[in-house]
Design a protein around this ligand. Structure first.
Ligand SMILES: [Zn+2]
Length: 354
């Protein structure tokens, strides 16, 4: 602000410099330079007092405004916090809520078992691609050789959004995508070997063996001269690695639109070695999953020549596999959030008192 009176102008300059150095900005309003200006008014001839007094008041208003600004921006003294830390680290010990801390948690058994499954297939040369949790009708059915309005679609009753997006009922919805994406492998003389783990959804009546949300891992393998023997050997090798014992497998014919021929695979019961127990229903065998040779139409829709290349695929339920490994009797335990159930699978196997 420009002041006409030289005296006010000089005082404004001094006060402005002083204000910058003051810790308590309010002190400027009691500064001797300002008090002196007010005292000066009384000494002036009557005709000059009004103009001079107006400039002094303007200067005071300006200083008051600067003090208010400084006060509102005054930084508060706060101790630093680590915003990336779990919430309880930034709280004084006496205020800590009595809740579980991160180090008391453990990996969910399905995820640690999936890591084991992936490890076995990595060693067999497979690459993992995560499945989607929202897809479209074309990938869910059409790309897999389901004719429109075919009754086989009814076996995959799942959830649909208002926009006609589908919560996938099987990881096979990814087949067309990975066949297209990894087709280049075939051109380079390498196989397509993909594992597709993911969450899938079914509109099911819930019971000990049926959940609306569960996990599958799909296997897709394509190369020249691939036959059923390769499929059975691959999956038997996996099962023996997973259950760490020699197992027998057997197949029976089944129907899937996207594989031809299709099978249901059963393995010899890992608990009773075929003698019969409650896990296998005293039959010695456990039906585990569906599989088969990829239908030529599925290969064609992905731009792969079924005359030159053949392949196999399976879709295996992860929960079923894990339930058998640990003798878990009810699939609903996995999503129950029940800590008594989950802690049995923590690495330390420790029970915490909460
Ligand atoms: Zn058994």
């Amino acid at each position: 602000m420009a002041y006409v009176d030289k005296e006010v102008q000089a005082a404004a300059k001094v006060l402005s410099e002083k204000l910058k150095k003051l810790e308590d900005k309010r002190a400027i309003l009691r500064a001797p330079e300002l008090v002196a200006l007010y005292d000066r008014i009384k000494t002036l001839p009557a005709g000059e007092r009004a103009a001079f007094g107006k400039e002094v008041n303007q200067l005071k208003s300006k200083l008051e405004q600067l003090v208010r600004q400084a006060q509102s921006f005054k930084p508060k003294a706060l101790s630093s916090i680590d915003i990336t830390a779990p919430f309880d680290i930034n709280v004084p010990p006496e205020q800590k809520p009595k809740l579980l801390t991160a180090d008391m948690g453990s990996q969910h058994p399905l995820m640690s078992e999936l890591a084991t499954v992936l490890d076995i297939f990595y060693r067999m040369g497979f690459t993992a691609v995560e499945s989607r949790e929202l897809d479209d009708d074309w990938h869910m059915f059409t790309s897999l050789n389901f004719p429109k309005d075919h009754p086989a679609r009814d076996d995959y009753d799942t959830f649909v959004t208002d926009e006609d997006l589908v919560a996938p009922a099987h990881t096979s919805t990814m087949q067309n995508r990975v066949l297209k994406e990894f087709k280049i492998n075939l051109e380079n003389g390498k196989p397509i070997a993909i594992l597709l783990p993911g969450r899938v959804f079914r509109n099911e009546d819930l019971d000990a063996r049926h959940e609306h949300t569960f996990h599958q891992f799909e296997g897709v393998y394509v190369d020249k001269d691939i036959h059923v023997g390769n499929l059975l050997a691959t999956f038997k090798t996996f099962l023996q690695e997973y259950y760490q014992q020699d197992l027998e497998i057997k197949t029976q014919p089944f129907y899937f639109p996207f594989t031809e021929p299709s099978f249901e695979l059963a393995l010899s019961c890992p608990f009773c070695q075929k003698k019969g127990c409650h896990v296998c229903g005293y039959t010695g065998w456990i039906e585990l999953l569906g599989m088969g040779m990829i239908h030529p139409n599925v290969l064609k829709l992905a731009g792969i020549d079924p005359i030159v290349y053949t392949g196999f695929a399976w879709g295996c339920g992860l929960e079923r596999l894990v339930m058998m490994k640990y003798g878990i009797e009810d699939i609903r335990h996995f999503h129950s959030g029940n800590l008594k159930f989950l802690r049995q699978f923590s690495l330390e196997g420790i029970w915490y008192d909460v």
